[in-house]
Design a protein around this ligand. Structure first.
Ligand code: 13P
Length: 340
């Protein structure tokens, strides 16, 4: 493990308000996104869409790293440049999703465990050769107030998998993004989201310490603390910011260089407003930025619609979201910037 390299990579990704583009949708998930715009889920369309994002001029000012899927890290631009090489030329760090998905947790109805540890050491060695310098593993934590979920067993099993993954990444000189996502779907209150997120992060850092993970060389990708989507009381922006920052301060050691939120189904502008409220109003020891999938891509996907003629409009839409989220990571965003 080269600690200096890991720390430098993690810090580079989130320097100067930069964030991460999560473009690591599996073939199944990107199929759902394409279905929403009536685009067929075939390799040439996936290549065209990822190329559109990666060749957006000026995005490298805001985007410090891009998470790719196994197929994407092996793809190239139309003129034959590997996506990972293109990123490296632009100073954008190539990343790779390495988990193989969340599956039902045996004998625990409604709970999930993320798979992908078997053979991971060899896969990480190959991904390093292909240019990856950071990785992602996502754990899925469902809340059900009626069924008393999540169980401690689910939280601990997922935390241990995240820690084993993180240790293997660092051995390979790849920065692990550790992502315990508390899902926002459901009727639960924001108070419940706060307590479950606290339990998930406490279990996670306990296991990371047990595994000997070098905390200066990771990035944390958490959910924000929000009301369940079906809860009648939807907390406002300031409450989300206050509760989220409180949980993070209680659970995340200051040695962690960066926290990069997932968007989790929030609308694109709301995800930006939440990030702004935290950075504008609180002093924090870590860079607090973004690793959004849907909240960075949704307007671009819609503008593209699978038509080559729409690429400039799609790239403009993506660039606007990247620019505004980086402004929010610096506490400099305001609503007028949406009109650009
Ligand atoms: P969303 O921002 O769409 O939640 O995706 C981020 C991500 O990478 C989830 O693992």
């Amino acid at each position: 493990m080269d600690k200096a390299q890991l720390k430098a990579t993690a810090e580079k990704i989130v320097a100067n308000g930069k964030g991460i583009l999560a473009a690591d949708e599996s073939t199944g998930t990107i199929g759902k996104r394409f279905a929403s715009i009536n685009v067929e889920n075939v390799e040439p369309n996936r290549q065209a869409y990822r190329q559109l994002l990666l060749t957006t001029a000026g995005a490298e000012e805001f985007i410090g790293g891009v998470i790719q899927y196994d197929e994407t890290i092996r793809q190239s631009t139309d003129d034959g440049k590997r996506f990972a090489d293109l990123m490296e030329e632009l100073g954008v760090v190539p990343g790779i999703k390495v988990d193989t998905g969340a599956k039902d947790l045996a004998d625990h109805a409604g709970e999930m465990i993320t798979e992908g540890l078997d053979g991971l050491r060899d896969r990480l060695a190959e991904y390093y050769e292909l240019g990856a310098r950071f990785a992602k593993w996502r754990a899925v934590i469902n809340i059900s107030e009626d069924n008393n979920l999540p169980s401690d067993y689910c939280l601990n099993a997922n935390a241990q998998a995240l820690a084993r993954y993180a240790a293997l990444c660092q051995e390979a000189n790849i920065v692990p993004i550790v992502e315990p996502e508390v899902i926002m779907d459901g009727a639960h209150s924001i108070e419940t989201c706060e307590s479950v997120t606290t339990r998930a992060l406490t279990a996670l850092f306990n296991e990371l310490q047990n595994a000997g993970v070098y905390l200066e060389g990771i990035l944390l990708k958490p959910n924000m603390v929000v009301s369940g989507t079906e809860n009648p009381r939807q907390a406002g922006i300031d409450e989300v910011a206050e509760r989220t920052v409180r949980v993070l301060k209680n659970c995340v050691p200051s040695s962690v260089p960066g926290i990069v939120f997932l968007s989790g189904g929030q609308s694109d502008v709301l995800a930006t407003q939440h990030l702004q409220a935290m950075n504008a109003n609180y002093e924090m020891p870590w860079a607090l930025s973004y690793s959004y999938g849907r909240a960075l891509q949704a307007p671009a996907l819609k503008a593209w619609g699978g038509e080559a003629a729409n690429i400039p409009a799609a790239q403009a839409a993506y660039l606007l979201r990247a620019r505004n989220n980086t402004a929010a990571a610096l506490g400099n965003y305001n609503d007028e910037m949406e009109a650009a």
